[in-house]
Design a protein around this ligand. Structure first.
Ligand code: PEP
Ligand code: MG
Length: 596
């Protein structure tokens, strides 16, 4: 049934993938399926179990078929998500629990599956990490498929889309997204989802504008409605009036020209006017982000966070799983290098069976390398996976939350033991694999001269360094005004770390968010950083300012910064310096306003 047509109706969601697009709406699966709940006779039980298992098999076949039909190579590289869905279909808990419920409670398969999902859902909701909570959607997509098969409902045939459309859905499963022929999809909008939902991640890396979390999109929009979507601001206009369309088109022209201008820098070397060359790399959490990293001009992966491998599952990843994922990483980024950071759980991310241990201050508790030392088997499994993958490209290992020499020595000793065991088993790996320490704890920065003797490189994690040095919880909005990257203490710490590294001839990278801010990047350049790692999208704009600046002028800028006593003065001085150097891109700073 069509809803009343909306005219010039504005709705707002979460901008998930930037870009402004005008196009016709194509609705995917408008209505949710109503599930029949029936009690069954004892004699029907086995028949019902069989019906459930058949629906599972049918779902498996459909996923295999979808995978085989993906022709677009850009889309194909994301098809591992379909493997995740197939794995869910094989999940013991999902299958056994549902079958047990059919048998014990004598209910139909739909009802039994729904009860199992409720249990799984409760477990997922308890997860604090936003990314992982979002992975619940994988479970929902898979179960929607099973329900449709149980009910004999047809699946939307989105392979048949004609023309170029904006897909409107309650939620889009990765299987849906992957089935679409990209040339027919101008954008995506969904009722639910956040910035890290699969639709968001996929659309970002495919460069398709998307708005998620609109709540009411599918109830207000009819197929064929004209839509404008702005994937940056999260705005959507249904059947816009002519002048509204024109103003969006004007905005699109402006942003496109800025993007084009900045993207020109992606493929150019990160070199200053006076010939100082630095390395701009990408921070990623999934191998499929490599395409975006390359597109934005990353010269390698400076930080591969590995937590995601552990967090959305009941069991722990096996050595083989680690190996396969890191191998894909190494092969896809080759000949450039990828830096794999070992597990950094604790703080605000926890493994399901290793809850907070009732820690009063989890950020100061059993986090990162401390957790790895305690759970040595988990750590060794990961180390072996990384080592084995190192035979397939250029990898480096980075240990997080190092607070002193003993920790780094202990971690290295365990790595050496795993190397020896691989040698014994004649399993190939890179024997010269480099090892680095994250500098994100004040004690590590103060003893950087000692630590520099133990490792091949440093990577400064300013996200945590600022938190620990200034005693400002990085996720607490009440003290966020104190979270100041240009605090005199932070500048002094970074200067000291660089000096120690230089004295011992090892390179220093920065992989905290600070590196992604063009003005800060120039300060970091002047402080002597060699490598900058950041979210892929920020690389071109940082490259632009680096290429327009002279190293010598950033050095004198930094000398001046050390004369100021407060973070606000430094911030203002830097911003006004940027206004002088890049008048079109920066706005004048007024110290009184900043301090107010
Ligand atoms: C950091 O602390 O700066 C960092 C890069 O690591 P994470 O944000 O994952 O703690
Ligand atoms: Mg950190």
């Amino acid at each position: 049934m069509a809803v009343q047509q909306q005219v010039n109706r504005f709705i707002r969601g979460i901008g998930a993938s930037p870009g402004i697009i005008i196009g016709k709406a194509y609705l995917v699966e408008r209505f949710k399926v109503r599930l029949p709940e029936k009690q069954i006779e004892p004699g029907q039980v086995e028949e019902e179990v069989k019906r459930f298992l058949n629906a599972i098999q049918e779902s498996r076949n459909q996923l295999t078929e979808i995978k085989e039909k993906i022709l677009d190579p850009q889309v194909r590289q994301h098809s591992f998500i379909l493997d995740v869905h197939s794995m869910i279909l094989d999940d013991e808990m999902l299958l056994q629990d549902t079958v047990d419920t059919i048998r014990k409670k004598k209910v139909n398969a739909e009802w039994a599956l729904d009860l199992t999902l409720e249990k799984l859902d409760t477990a997922f909701k308890a997860i604090e990490d936003e990314y992982l909570r979002e992975r619940r959607s994988d479970l929902h997509h898979v179960s929607a498929r099973i329900f449709r098969n149980l009910l004999g409902k047809k699946h939307d045939d989105i392979t048949q889309i004609k023309g170029k459309v904006i897909i409107v859905a309650h939620d889009l499963s990765p299987a849906d997204t992957l089935q679409m022929t990209l040339k027919h999809v101008a954008g995506f909008i969904t009722d639910i989802g956040g910035k890290v939902s699969h639709t968001a991640i996929l659309s970002r890396s495919l460069g398709i504008p998307a708005v998620v979390g609109l709540e009411v999109a599918t109830s207000l929009i009819n197929g064929g409605d004209l839509l404008i979507i702005d994937g940056e601001t999260g705005e959507v206009v249904i059947n816009p009036m002519e002048e509204v369309s024109q103003s969006f088109l004007e905005r699109k022209r402006r942003t496109k020209s800025i993007e084009r201008e900045v993207l020109k820098y992606a493929s150019l070397p990160a070199e200053t006017r006076d010939g100082v060359r630095v390395r701009l790399q990408a921070n990623i959490e999934m191998v499929d982000e490599i395409s975006s990293a390359k597109m934005h001009g990353a010269e390698g992966i400076g930080l591969y966070r590995t937590e995601i491998l552990y967090l959305n599952r009941k069991d722990l990843p096996t050595e083989e799983e680690h190996f396969q994922i890191y191998r894909r990483l190494a092969e896809n980024i080759f000949p450039a290098t990828a830096t794999i950071r070992t597990l950094d759980v604790g703080g605000d991310k926890f493994l399901p069976d290793y809850s907070k241990n009732n820690e009063m201050n989890p950020a100061l508790g059993l986090r990162a390398i401390r957790f790895s030392m305690k759970e040595a088997d988990i750590f060794r499994t990961q180390l072996r996976g990384i080592l084995r993958a190192s035979a397939h490209g250029k990898l480096r290992i980075l240990f997080p939350m190092i607070s002193g020499i003993e920790e780094i020595r202990q971690a290295k000793a365990m790595l050496e033991e795993e190397k020896r065991s691989l040698l014994k088993g004649k399993i190939p790996f890179d024997q010269g694999i480099e090892v680095g320490a994250m500098i994100e704890i004040p004690s590590a920065s103060i003893t950087a001269d000692l630590l520099a003797r133990e490792v091949n490189f440093f990577s400064i994690g300013t996200n945590d360094l600022i938190q620990y040095a200034l005693a400002v919880d990085r996720i607490n909005e009440h003290v966020s005004y104190l979270y100041e990257p240009l605090h005199p203490a932070i500048l002094r710490i970074i200067r000291g770390v660089v000096q120690s590294a230089n004295q011992h001839g090892i390179p220093v990278a920065i992989c905290g968010e600070m590196a992604a801010e063009p003005a800060y990047a120039l300060v970091l350049l002047g402080l002597g950083l060699d490598e900058f790692s950041m979210n892929p999208v920020s690389i071109p704009k940082v490259k632009k300012v680096l290429r327009m600046a002279r190293f010598e002028e950033t050095r004198s800028l930094v000398v001046q910064l050390f004369q100021f006593a407060t973070a606000s003065e430094i911030e203002c001085f830097v911003r006004n310096w940027m206004v002088k150097r890049f008048p079109e891109d920066f706005i004048q700073c007024d110290i009184e306003e900043l301090e107010a």
